[in-house]
Design a protein around this ligand. Structure first.
Ligand code: ADP
Ligand code: MG
Length: 559
């Protein structure tokens, strides 16, 4: 039998493919399963227009079986199969996609279900196999063929016996070497994990013979192993189900299955968009903070799927830093992938999705704040700091998105309040939004500087986190009201005493004040009569923008 050779370019391309396109070997299985799914889809589409063809779901499946002794892994499908010509063209010519041609020829309207498009995925098999054998019988054909290749050398094709329509791909798994492990691709558990990870939402069942243990029939105290065929994938992705049919338990289950977190999600967001760009997203606001959340180790990102096939574990571009706590996934038909399917060719679609998602999260948080205050406060305890960082970073460019989500402890309400609530309660004569910084609410309460403001009946926001004051400085004004620290020089409060009495007192005590100033020479700039003290004899105040608390933080920061 004559061996047909790959063209020289193809040879080089194949070697390149095998060695450098994919960052992870395990994706070979994703590629082969995607091809099998495409092959079944093709029968499905043909049946739509061909009266002689019927499509009953039960007869279509994909089966993965490993044979450790012979080191073979077989991926079998009951799809449309390949004729001799198709084997030659689709598997013999790199970058030729029979699936793409099928989509074009058949004008498959919702052909987006077909995954193949680049004509390279199949060769991923050579990352893990020395020999790849394809046995296939095409729909409507009496003959079956065997295609076989050891990689860059070329391939053989010969007639073969196969009774049922479909394709079997047999991989002779490479031997382990010192540097590379291949045995894992013959392990049942590992294979199951890979299928779950990448192909969980393939629409047809992916079956495997799974080994289980059960008590022996004749002796219940002893266990015996048995094999049972199981469907590994979930098939229908939760995000393609009708929202009205889904319960909060369904979303919680998905959160747990996907291991987005070990807590219960505080809120789930299901978003299906069918406009300029089409996508489905399931997003979660976690209840508790991941242990590494405020550390460098924490990686933000959402899972990204293209047509139900996982492309990226953590797509960071989908989330702004200030929403980095959000977990979940996005599935879109409109992504243009590069050939490894690991990256996107254009980020225009991704940017659009990210923008929509950002808006959605913001709105959902605002709704939570409005309708489920307690839940929002739980959320805010975990992630409020991140929102404040968000306000502060990027020179305050995010403040419009975030300022309405902020909360601070109120001197009057004795609980967390929003800026909007604060401003709406302000008496007419109150000019500023007052705040006081300190280590704890108790300490702030005792600050002499708060007395005058409180006595006027004004509310004070308590800032206990480093970031608070910095964030507020970025906001500058809220609903046209400026923020004012209670320890700043000019509080904008009309004092009861008039200016003259102050001046008089200041003159009368000139010597005393001079004395005090001399003694505290390096510590204070000036000593003055204060109108804001009631029960305390003295207080510190600042001039200008930087308050005492901020100064403390700034001077503690490394240069
Ligand atoms: P793509 O899937 O992007 O088209 P592949 O390299 O994965 O590229 O596959 C090349 C082509 O080989 C497919 O387009 C399809 O025509 C054919 N093919 C591969 N696997 C199968 C299969 N299991 N059944 C039928 N045809 C297949
Ligand atoms: Mg493919």
């Amino acid at each position: 039998m004559a061996k047909k050779e790959f063209k020289a370019e193809s040879k080089r391309l194949l070697e390149m493919m095998i060695n450098s396109i994919y960052s992870q070997r395990e994706v070979f299985l994703r590629e082969l399963i995607s091809n099998a799914s495409d092959a079944i889809d093709k029968i499905y589409y043909k049946a739509l227009t061909d009266e002689n063809l019927s499509f009953d779901n039960d007869s279509y499946y994909i089966k993965v079986s490993a044979d450790k002794e012979n080191r073979t892994l077989t991926i079998k499908d009951t799809g449309i199969g390949m004729t001799k010509e198709e084997l030659e063209n689709n598997l013999g010519i790199i970058a030729k996609s029979g699936s793409l041609a099928f989509k074009n020829e058949n004008e498959v309207k919702d052909g987006h279900d077909i995954i193949g498009q680049f004509g390279v995925g199949f060769y991923a098999a050579f990352m893990v196999a020395d020999v790849v054998t394809v046995i296939s019988k095409a729909l409507g054909s009496d003959e079956a063929y065997k295609w076989e290749s050891q990689g860059a050398d070329g391939y053989t094709i010969e007639p073969y016996e196969k009774t049922s329509v479909g394709t079997e791909i047999i991989l002779k798994i490479k031997e382990n070497t010192e540097d590379d492990q291949y045995d894992e691709f013959l392990e049942e558990y590992r294979l199951k994990t890979i299928i779950k990870k990448y192909s969980d939402f393939i629409r047809y069942p992916i079956k495997m013979d799974v080994t289980g243990q059960r008590p022996k029939e004749d002796n219940e105290n002893e266990l015996e192993e048995y094999q049972e065929e199981q469907t590994i994938n979930s098939m229908v992705p939760i995000w393609k189900k009708n929202k009205t049919e889904l319960t909060s338990e369904d979303y919680e289950k998905f959160y747990q299955e996907k291991r987005y977190g070990f807590d219960k999600p505080l809120k789930s967001i299901h978003s299906s968009v069918d406009g300029q760009i089409r996508y489905n997203a399931i997003l979660y606001i976690p209840e508790s903070m991941p242990f590494d959340y405020y550390s460098k180790e924490y990686e933000k990102g959402l899972e990204l799927y293209s047509n139900g096939v996982l492309i990226m574990d953590k797509c960071a571009d989908l989330l702004p830093d200030y929403f980095s706590f959000v977990k979940g996934m996005v599935d879109s038909e409109d992504l243009s992938l590069n050939i490894s399917r690991e990256m996107l060719q254009h980020d225009r679609q991704l940017k659009l999705i990210a923008k929509n998602i950002n808006k959605k999260i913001k709105n959902e948080l605002q709704t939570l704040l409005k309708n489920e205050r307690e839940k929002y406060e739980v959320f805010y305890t975990s992630f409020g700091r991140q929102l404040k960082y968000g306000v502060y970073s990027d020179f305050g460019s995010n403040k419009d998105v975030l300022q309405d989500l902020l909360m601070f402890y109120s001197s009057k309400e004795k609980k967390m309040v929003t800026l909007d609530e604060y401003v709406s309660r302000m008496p007419e004569d109150q000019k500023y939004i007052y705040y006081a910084s300190g280590e704890s609410y108790e300490r702030i309460e005792k600050l002499p500087q708060t007395e005058l403001v409180s006595d006027k009946g004004y509310e004070i926001l308590y800032f206990t986190e480093d970031i608070d004051e910095f964030a507020i400085k970025m906001i500058m004004t809220y609903k046209e009201k400026e923020f004012k620290s209670v320890s700043s020089g000019d509080l904008g409060i009309e004092a009861d005493e008039n200016q003259q009495t102050t001046e008089k007192e200041e003159n009368e005590n000139k010597e005393l004040f001079e004395q005090m100033k001399n003694i505290l020479a390096n510590k204070v700039k000036d000593v003055r009569v204060s109108k804001r003290l009631k029960t305390h004899p003295v207080c510190l105040s600042t001039e200008g923008e930087v308050t005492i608390e901020m100064e403390k933080i700034l001077s503690a920061m490394p240069d």
